[in-house]
Design a protein around this ligand. Structure first.
Ligand code: CUA
Length: 191
């Protein structure tokens, strides 16, 4: 028909009003983006949350044959700056080493790899909680404030022996940790 569009008559073009609404929208979106970024930065810096880190690949079938996860590297090593690097292999149905020895009060980086299927691990009373997916290295950062024993269960169903897959984390005062030995090889409290 020849009638003018109804909408155009009911809402005549109003440039100032459109601009106001557009500014309102842009302002709201900017506020939301800033809020999300603030939460991300706050939770990663203050609460110690780690984003998933499964970008590093590893050959799960040959973990024991050498490389980063060779037997001598498993357990805890101390870097030149005093921080600890813990390497653990997840396999059906055990953590290797099954007793992780770490010094209290120093930054700890944990690197885990699975030798078979998907496992998951957490450490009581810490921010540590991640999946260990075959083919990838899982890296988490934490710090143990005080000495004591903590449990590290597998929390991803990985087969018939899943419920028996536990490790212990033994946190000791830094002066009781064998730091010198741990500069050249991985140390643990297993066996
Ligand atoms: Cu490993 Cu459940």
């Amino acid at each position: 028909m020849a009638d003018a569009p109804v909408a155009a008559q009911a809402f005549p073009h109003d440039d100032a009003r459109s601009k106001k609404i557009a500014r309102l929208w842009a302002g709201s979106m900017l506020t939301i983006v800033v809020m999300i970024l603030t939460i991300v930065v706050f939770s990663s810096v203050h609460l110690g949350l780690n984003p998933p880190s499964q970008l590093e690949t590893v050959d799960s079938a040959s973990l024991h044959r050498g490389g980063e996860f060779a037997e001598a590297n498993l357990g805890t090593m101390i870097a030149a700056d005093g921080s600890a690097l813990v390497r653990v292999i997840a396999q059906q149905y055990a953590w290797v080493p099954s007793c992780v020895l770490v010094p209290a009060g120093v930054p700890v980086t944990m690197r885990l790899a699975s030798a078979d299927v998907v496992h998951g691990f957490l450490i009581q009373d810490t921010n540590v909680n991640a999946m260990v997916v075959p083919g990838y290295i899982t890296t988490v950062h934490t710090r143990f404030r005080e000495a004591g024993e903590r449990l590290m269960p597998c929390h991803e169903f990985c087969g018939i022996g899943h419920q028996a897959m536990w490790a212990h984390v033994k946190v000791v005062d830094a002066n009781r940790f064998p730091s010198e030995e741990a500069r050249t090889q991985g140390v643990s409290c297993a066996r």
